[in-house]
Design a protein around this ligand. Structure first.
Ligand SMILES: Nc1ncnc2c1ncn2[C@@H]1O[C@H](COP(=O)(O)OP(=O)(O)OP(=O)(O)O)[C@@H](O)[C@H]1O
Ligand SMILES: [Mg+2]
Length: 448
């Protein structure tokens, strides 16, 4: 894209000659006559450089300078001052002008100034792009992944973290649901408050309700003292309800009320307790199917599913596998005091493997390999059998034409063997002319 220049100059002859000169230098130029038009034009910050006269009939150049430095910080502004008014130049520089030029000026001098301003702007843009990238990369240090699918997840996390929205994390086992839940909490305004995790599948139905909402003394046999529930413990923080698909229907009703009103009663209690809790849930079941089958309340599903985040299985983002191997190897090497690395071949095999257990499975493989490693490098043959054996089954990336040619070559070879090297006979059997056969043999280097 061409650099674009905004000229704000009321004197028509100056404006036109500047515009012509800059246009012929390859810039895209927009010229306006008044300060007001200038300010309106710079509002979406689409200009690379701004050139403004300091004395305009309506809004002065200093005001334009101020507007530009507050709304388009990275846009260099060149101020044109009248001959003899050095104070204007000084004021402009103090207020953040990139440079000034005194009228009447030499066009070449101005063009040079513009060129330097454009270069400065490009450097600034590149810097801010790099800064953003570094920020992105280190924003969630525990979550590894650069694939488009993971970047989309990062974008979502960025958006939802500062809000109190309920989040439903879905994805196969080991895709990182728990990791993302805690990442969201630690990116949120509640980060200094607790995140309380409840696994809805590991608690028996009779216990889950009292776990979540607590009980009063004497609520049931064995309730010898009052106990606060996890929702109370999570007050002003986050509750992470893992395996939400396994929550019994009776408890679902109570949870729905907490989500709607942020209130509940302890078991055996009458006092209504009010809490301020952000709810993040996760499941590897397809919750909408559970709704259809009558195992999960539809209204609760809608409440939880305000922002759904579905984590992609590892086999759908294979480009992240080498990255994960590297990071996890470093992590386990540090923990184990080892210095083992994976050979490129071993990494290639792992990239081809489907990882039904996703990142958790990869993590386990790496840890085990590091513990078992005989020397410093893990080679293809050191990998578990079920991963290694994939080697022969993998499909090379070839075009249809290449595959067809390979098949033809092998068939030609066979037929030539059958005919004892007699090409006329072979051509007859193959249904091609001798010439065609000869061409194929010589052009493809078929060894006979
Ligand atoms: N993108 C990732 N980067 C680094 N580590 C990851 C990533 N995703 C998952 N992990 C690691 O893999 C392991 C499994 O992740 P996690 O427990 O979050 O998965 P899950 O989706 O909750 O699985 P399950 O459904 O079985 O409970 C964890 O040790 C986690 O730290
Ligand atoms: Mg989990």
């Amino acid at each position: 894209m061409k650099p674009s220049i905004l000229i704000i100059e009321d004197e028509k002859t100056v404006r036109i000659s500047l515009k012509d000169a800059l246009t012929s230098e390859g810039y895209s130029v927009h010229g306006v006559e008044t300060g007001a038009e200038g300010i309106a034009a710079l509002h979406n910050c689409s200009f690379t450089v701004i050139i403004t006269d300091v004395r305009l009939p309506d809004v002065g150049g200093m005001t334009i300078l101020q507007e530009a430095s507050s709304s388009c910080q990275d846009t260099p502004v060149i101020v044109m001052t009248a001959y003899g008014s050095i104070e204007d130049a000084v004021t402009a520089m103090r207020r953040g002008a990139y440079d000034y030029i005194t009228k009447p000026f030499n066009l070449d001098e101005l063009l040079l100034l513009v060129q330097r301003a454009v270069e400065l702007r490009e450097i600034k843009d590149e810097n801010s792009r790099l800064r953003k990238e570094i920020h992105k990369r280190f924003q969630f240090p525990d979550v590894i992944g650069e694939s488009p699918a993971m970047q989309e997840i990062f974008r979502l996390i960025d958006k939802v973290s500062p809000t109190d929205t309920s989040i439903l994390l879905q994805g196969e086992s080991g895709t990182g649901k728990e990791l993302i839940a805690s990442t969201i909490h630690y990116q949120s305004l509640r980060k200094d408050r607790p995140i309380i995790r409840v696994n809805c599948a590991s608690l028996p139905e009779s216990l889950i309700e009292s776990e979540l909402f607590g009980y009063e003394k004497g609520a049931f046999t064995g309730a010898t003292a009052r106990k606060p529930g996890r929702f109370e413990l999570a007050d002003t923080g986050t509750i992470f309800l893992d395996e939400i698909g396994d929550l019994p229907l009776a408890v679902q009703t109570k949870l729905l009320r907490v989500l709607q009103e942020q209130t509940f009663e302890r078991l055996g209690g009458t006092k209504t307790i009010k809490v301020d809790v952000r709810v993040i849930t996760a499941t590897n079941k397809e919750l909408n199917k559970e709704v259809k089958n009558g195992n999960f309340r539809q209204d609760l599903f809608y409440r939880l599913n305000v922002v759904p985040i579905t984590l992609p299985p590892l086999r759908q983002r294979r480009e992240d596998i080498p990255l994960l191997i590297k990071a996890l190897t470093t992590k386990f090497n540090d923990q184990l005091g080892t210095r083992v690395t994976f050979s490129d071949e071993a990494i290639q095999d792992l990239v081809k493997y489907d990882f039904p257990g996703n990142v958790r499975e990869l993590q386990n493989i790496i840890e085990r390999m590091l513990i078992l490693a005989e020397d410093g490098t893990i080679k293809r043959n050191d990998l578990p059998k079920h991963i290694r054996k994939l080697k022969s089954e993998t499909t090379p990336l070839a075009t249809l034409a290449e595959v067809a040619a390979e098949a033809e070559n092998s068939h030609i070879r066979k037929i030539l063997q059958v005919t004892g090297g007699n090409k006329s006979k072979a051509a007859e059997i193959l249904g091609v002319s001798r010439k065609t056969l000869w061409e194929k043999i010589s052009s493809r280097n078929i060894d006979l």
